[in-house]
Design a binder for this molecule. Structure first.
Ligand SMILES: Cc1ncc(COP(=O)(O)O)c(C=O)c1O
Length: 401
């Protein structure tokens, strides 16, 4: 038989940038070289034991062996509502304003299919999490990129959004704490954004997957802006908060019609998250006041260690306010891919090239702080020995303290 071609929509996705790096990685491992992978944002720490205990006991109950509902268990949604009110001071209706997801990625990827028609446009950040554009393109709509500039704290200017929007723009995606830059956004940004989106009749999709990973002030929710309640959706994740990326569970909160459409779409493509996982993860929220500070202390230690080394060796880098990434600039004149390849070949340390997040990621690389501190130290020492940056760097003042 003739080999089947993938769909045009699949073929339209950007070239898989990491294929070359993966090949190099396999070669190095086959040759017995040590590879230290600090490229992927997947926590090395285990899911907290009390959550695993809950999961084990919930998994024994026959009622949790059946198909879940697409919106998720009301009990889990009630726990989410109660956490949300305590954390953000916003009371949500668990029956209409919350849906459980198979990880926030599933919700983000499916959401455009529930909102957009071919010909519609979605504004997506550059650099940014690639799923906003991929989901938009699967829906037959067009992703229009807007820039996140370092000199504006990687927060978009409303005037830039306004220029990028057209009559066909239906949604704008924003993400704070941000992957890949680690930037956080103040409430005043969401106030401006919601005001603008409301005037232009645009839905705001806020990705808050890293809301519980922060270094200073706790990040806000878009729903702390009352007007957002009727025209925004926010995606949350248990993955990073409880080191449970492998369990695949998250949730969306927001305007009842947006939640309803997403649930209707999901009813046709998946049958919801396994109930035992929903119960265990939502149960964990009550323990966040104790778990959260310990988790943040782990990432703070790693962040401070890495920032110290990177600053000392002259890498221009803006300290992140949240998430578990560092977004540094490559040495002058060296592209992201050339730099990441050179570092890997010389040291076995695998970084992420900034261009994996969009064209404006050119000239940057990303470190994920999701490896033990000793491995991180070794990786940084190997990079330091390469002396890739001139010290002091010409743009050293950009290094905020
Ligand atoms: C910005 C952002 N949003 C959402 C996700 C998806 O997380 P999950 O599907 O595990 O909830 C990720 C994962 O890396 C991410 O970086």
């Amino acid at each position: 038989m003739k080999s089947p071609e993938p769909s045009q929509r699949l073929r339209a996705l950007p070239r898989y940038l990491f294929a070359e790096l993966e090949r190099k990685r396999h070669e190095a491992e086959a040759a017995g070289r040590e590879v230290i992978d600090i490229s992927i944002g997947d926590p090395d720490l285990p899911t907290p034991q009390p959550i695993l205990d809950q999961l084990a006991s919930a998994s024994l109950l026959p009622e949790n062996h059946r198909y879940p509902t697409s919106a998720g268990l009301l009990e889990a949604r009630r726990r989410i509502a109660s956490w949300f009110e305590g954390r953000f001071g916003v009371a949500l209706d668990p029956a209409r304003e919350i849906a459980i997801l198979l990880g926030s990625k599933e919700g983000i990827g499916h959401f455009p299919l529930s909102l957009l028609d071919p010909g519609d446009e979605a504004l997506v950040p550059d650099p940014g999490y690639p799923v906003y554009a991929a989901g938009t393109s699967f829906a037959g709509a067009t992703a229009v990129r807007f820039a996140l500039h370092e000199n504006h704290g990687f927060i978009p200017r409303i005037a830039d959004l306004d220029r990028a929007a057209t009559d066909r723009t239906r949604v704008v995606f924003v993400n704070y704490p941000n992957n890949p830059t680690g930037a956080t956004a103040p409430l005043s940004f969401y106030e401006e954004l919601v005001g603008w989106a409301d005037r232009r009749g645009i839905v705001v999709a806020s990705d808050a997957a890293y809301s519980e990973l922060y270094y200073d002030r706790p990040p806000v929710s878009i729903f702390q802006v009352p007007a957002a309640r009727t025209g925004a959706i926010e995606f949350h994740s248990f993955s990073k908060t409880f080191n449970m990326t492998g369990w695949r569970v998250g949730f969306a909160v927001g305007a009842a019609p947006l939640i309803d459409s997403l649930v209707r779409l999901k009813a046709n493509v998946d049958s919801g998250a396994p109930q035992a996982i929903q119960l265990a993860a939502s149960w964990g929220l009550a323990g966040l006041p104790a778990h959260g500070p310990a988790l943040r202390a782990v990432y703070r230690e790693r962040r401070d260690l890495a920032l110290d080394v990177l600053k000392r060796i002259g890498c221009p880098i803006r300290p992140p306010g949240g998430a578990f990434y560092l977004w540094g600039r490559t040495p002058e004149g060296e592209t992201s891919m050339a730099f990441v390849s050179r570092v890997f070949e010389a040291t076995g340390v695998l970084l992420t090239p900034g261009t994996g997040f969009g064209e404006l990621g050119e000239g940057y690389f990303r470190i994920a702080l999701t490896c033990p501190v000793q491995a991180l130290e070794r990786a940084l020492a190997k990079i330091e020995a390469l002396k890739p940056w001139k010290v002091p760097h010409a743009s050293a003042p950009a290094v905020a303290t």
